[in-house]
Design a protein around this ligand. Sequence first.
Ligand code: F6P
Length: 326
Amino acid sequence: MSAIKCVGILTSGGDAPGMNAAIRAVTRSAIYNGMRVKGIYRGYKGLILDEIEEFKTQNVSNIIQRGGTILKTARCTEFRTPEGRKQAYDKLQEHGIDALIAIGGDGTLTGARIFAQEFNFPIVGLPGTIDNDLYGTDTTIGYDTALNTIMECVDKIRDTATSHDRLFFVEVMGRDAGFLALNGAIASGAEAAIIPEISLEKDQLAEMIETGFRKSKNSSIVLVAESEVTGGAMGVAERVKKEYPQFDVRVSILGHLQRGGSPSAQDRILATRMGIAAIDALLDDQRNVMIGIQNDQIVYVPFAKAIKNDKPINRDLLNTLRVSSI
Ligand code: F6P
């Protein structure tokens, strides 16, 4: 019998499709293994403010298909201070919660890591972010759905691009990571992608135009990853207007469209596997690890590794895009 009798679960940072499927899996697996579950609303903020409710299996019925997070989420500044974290710890004690499952991205896991060390408290993290920027896992919960959303949006934008012979710069999310832009470009048949990982190495825009990216086409779509380094779609379009005035340029920023919607089958399955793995990890006496997936196998990634390293982009994909878009 595990020493852990009651787990708290929270979602924090940006919402991602599939978070509900993860909440459902964690809740059901914990109950299946004889533990109690407490849902903590609004992430670390709700923990400090005591927004905590006992969860039964019915609390997570009918949510696997829903986007967003039923636990709501927040970005919490108080949790960055020792005082805030002490308040959070006191609440966990009050509610008899003896382990925590935190679902979120980089910021969430960074908070979890500091807290776990400070109070010697068991935490298991689940990678919930559309950005796919956590090291040690091939993919994150929400990434596949966001990619599909980008693909559908670009398919629609292409109708206008083609009808008007225009050059479209479509900005996608990623918080300084190019996974959504690069794979979104491959999936939607875009002509090129401008991503932060390459920005410091070369002028991607100049290269794209000089290699004649529109040789065989009258219209083009270029996905630009949001980031100061790339300049975003607006920055790139401004440059084109000045340096290459022959193009009829338009910008489309997809924004929070990318975070919403019903999760894809892949994200639901991933979230369910990872949610169950999080409880298994606690039963296995694992502490302060993020659940990851590598080559379809669940792995445990120490927090320090997951958040500290820059997850590299697969450079083969640059060639895949180049060859497939001539
Ligand atoms: O981390 C997820 C993400 O959607 C990033 O891609 C983006 O930079 C950021 O969150 C936007 O955050 P907010 O919704 O707080 O504006």
